[in-house]
Design a protein around this ligand. Structure first.
Ligand code: CP
Ligand code: NVA
Length: 316
């Protein structure tokens, strides 16, 4: 059966089934090839996209803005300095107004509830560009990068080490388990993934034929990994936790030594970026030959373009 994502929002990766994620990745591969070949089309002509940001962004904003704009669409960036977002006007009112003027809405911010309320009331697709809980558009790019590096997803092994309970770790658990990638989260017990997310991922892994490992042993986490992934130790909005995080996570720094412990000479290094070099990863690793972080960042654009094409019902 053909996959039809028209009108759908992406609030967490749980919203999309494995065939739906597969469909977005396939479109992403196609639009990436087209762009590389200089064959840009005007598929977003006559459409408008609202980009709402409560938190800062380089990659997510630029991916949405350039992907939409280069195909003739009109992206409008709106920070909390620019519009009434939950202050002065009820969120559901803002959502309905924006939904009347825009074809789709991206939201990055703090509460998951905000993006859910926008989706409930806007009447157009809403994309979660990162909340405290989830970062689904990131993991679409991560899956594409893994697939490009190894030719397939099913049966691959991804080890995420560091803050195991942040938005990226939780979304990787969901995305990998759904797509048949064995996923290991290596984190100190204080920063282990939420029990309900792990349980959800275990069930998805049972269906896709993969597995989920949560461990407080760095060596066990990365053993046999095709990809070692880390993220900042202190996510946006948690700045007051800096000192505690450095204390807890220092043993989890991704070093050349930890990459060796994969036992794989072809293991790659991934990071959603921005990175704090010398904290969660050494300069040697992120700048070294195993690092795929720049391709991974570029893939944000292709996967986001694919997501927008699919959910706006535009033939790719
Ligand atoms: N990876 C990511 O979401 O980067 P930005 O915070 O720059 O958007
Ligand atoms: N976990 C990080 C991801 C940044 C893209 C944060 O929320 O700040």
């Amino acid at each position: 059966m053909a996959i039809d994502l028209k009108g759908r929002s992406l609030l967490t990766l749980k919203d999309f089934t494995p065939p739906e994620i597969r469909a977005v990745l396939d479109i992403a591969r196609r639009v990436k090839r087209e762009r590389r070949a200089g064959r840009l089309r005007q598929r977003f002509r006559g459409r408008a996209l609202a980009l709402l940001f409560e938190k800062r962004s380089t990659r997510t904003r630029c991916a949405f803005e350039t992907a939409f704009g280069e195909e003739g669409g009109h992206p409008v960036f709106l920070s909390t300095q620019d519009i009434h977002l939950g202050t002065k006007e009820a969120l559901e009112d803002t959502a309905r107004v924006l939904g009347g003027m825009f074809d789709a809405i991206e939201f990055r911010g703090f509460k998951q509830e905000t993006v859910e309320t926008l989706a409930r009331w806007a009447g157009v697709p809403v994309y979660n560009g990162l909340t405290d809980e989830w970062h689904p558009t990131q993991v679409l790019a991560d899956l594409l990068t893994l697939e490009e590096a190894f030719g397939s997803l099913r049966g691959r092994r991804l080890a995420y080490v560091g803050d195991g309970r942040n938005n990226v770790a939780h979304t990787l658990l969901v995305g990998c388990a759904r797509m048949g990638v064995h996923v290991a989260i290596g984190a100190p017990v204080e920063l282990a993934p939420a029990a309900e997310v792990t349980a959800w991922a275990r069930e998805a892994a049972a269906q896709s034929g993969s597995s989920v490992l949560v461990t407080a042993d760095p060596g066990e986490a990365v053993r046999g990994a095709d990809a070692v992934y880390t993220d900042v130790w202190v996510s946006m909005g948690e700045e007051e936790k800096s000192a505690e995080r450095v204390r807890l996570l220092q043993p989890w720094q991704v070093t050349a030594g930890l990459m060796e412990r994969t036992g794989r000479s072809d293991a790659i290094f991934l990071h959603c970026l921005p990175a704090v070099k010398g904290k969660e990863v050494t300069e040697e690793v992120i700048e070294g030959p195993r690092s795929r972080v720049w391709e991974q960042a570029e893939n944000r654009k292709h996967t986001i373009k694919a997501l927008m094409l699919a959910t706006l019902g535009i033939r790719a």
